[in-house]
Design a protein around this ligand. Structure first.
Ligand SMILES: [Fe+2]
Length: 321
């Protein structure tokens, strides 16, 4: 198996934003919107407001177009080229600081919506009932999955493993944090997982596994697909795995999945990313695994994330009722 090379499309010259590789892993690109772009976006888009884009889906495309126009139509093409290129496949989008009076929550929701609609169409998030979800981590938790539990590491996984909707990409935007120590995002590129070949060449790599989820996810069905569910245009594997929601039906499946989880958690090529408030991580969900490091105990701990997950335009489908 060949490992993906890190290639950047030099034909695209950014206008109103910059792109530089992340210091600790140059696959991850840091995209920074210039302060002029941010100011103009606030001026043109904030008057519309979040309620309007929730009620009228076409406005989500409209604000994406406004953002793209502010960059001379270069931002959308750059983001798609980073996310679809297996060698990179991920970016952290940030804004240069500006002096202006605006509601940061409204701004963040509008900005991540503009970004999501430059790379595709978000799925309805069943947990939250909207095209995006907001969820928080506090010091104490009594929910039914590890999503909100602060004092343990959330294991590496792909999103969208237990839903029918295709999840080509995932956006995780930091909305707020207070008294937060630890809790970094954890990232691993599939081609940097040293045991990939062992698990991809395994007899169970292409066998259907059943996936199910707890009540809080609001997904009433179970689905079946292999962990290595398809290959890209260069015949390289894509992955859909999450340890909590696989439902092995026999001992070999149980052992295969157990060993996979153990190998992923022991992988030394996993790296930490601190995502500042207002920044968002955007991942090609089939070539990047993500997780979260544990937080240090603190009574006042509060962290809120906004997520959007969806499909590229060419994979977006009409929903069958
Ligand atoms: Fe996730």
């Amino acid at each position: 198996m060949k490992t993906s090379a890190i290639k950047i499309d030099n034909e695209l010259s950014p206008n109103g934003f910059s792109v530089v590789p992340f210091a600790e892993n140059p696959r991850l690109q840091v995209v920074k919107l210039a302060s002029e772009t941010v100011k103009e976006f606030i001026e043109q888009v904030l008057p519309l407001g979040v309620q309007a884009i929730e009620y009228k889906p076409f406005l989500r495309f409209r604000i994406a177009d406004i953002l793209n126009k502010l960059t001379n139509d270069t931002l959308g093409a750059s983001l798609l080229s980073i996310i679809k290129n297996r060698g990179t496949g991920a970016f952290m989008l940030q804004c240069e600081p500006i002096v202006a009076n605006f509601d940061p929550l409204e701004f963040n929701i509008l900005l991540s919506t503009a970004v999501s609609h430059l790379i595709g169409v978000p799925n309805l998030d069943a947990m939250y009932g909207k095209f995006y979800a907001r969820f928080s981590v506090k010091n104490e938790d009594d929910s039914d999955s590890y999503l909100r539990q602060a004092h343990r590491r959330m294991e590496l996984h792909n999103d969208g493993t237990y839903v029918k909707e295709r999840t080509d990409w995932v956006i995780m935007q930091k909305i707020a944090e207070e008294n937060m120590e630890g809790g970094d995002s954890l990232l691993l590129h599939l081609d940097e997982w040293q045991d990939l070949e062992k698990f991809y060449n395994h007899p169970l790599a292409k066998e259907d596994i059943q996936w199910t989820s707890p009540a809080s996810k609001n997904v009433s069905y179970k689905i079946q697909h292999p962990v290595f569910f398809e290959e890209d245009e260069n015949n390289q594997p894509k992955m859909l795995f999450i340890d909590q929601f696989s439902e092995p039906l026999n001992m070999p499946q149980g052992q295969y999945l157990y060993e996979m989880g153990t190998s992923l958690e022991a992988e030394k090529n996993t790296f930490n990313v601190r995502v500042p408030v207002g920044s968002m991580l955007v991942l090609n969900n089939h070539v990047w695994l993500h997780g979260r490091d544990k937080f240090l105990a603190n009574k006042g701990l509060y962290r809120e994330l906004l997520r959007q997950r969806g499909a590229y335009y060419e994979n977006a489908k009409l929903v069958e009722n």
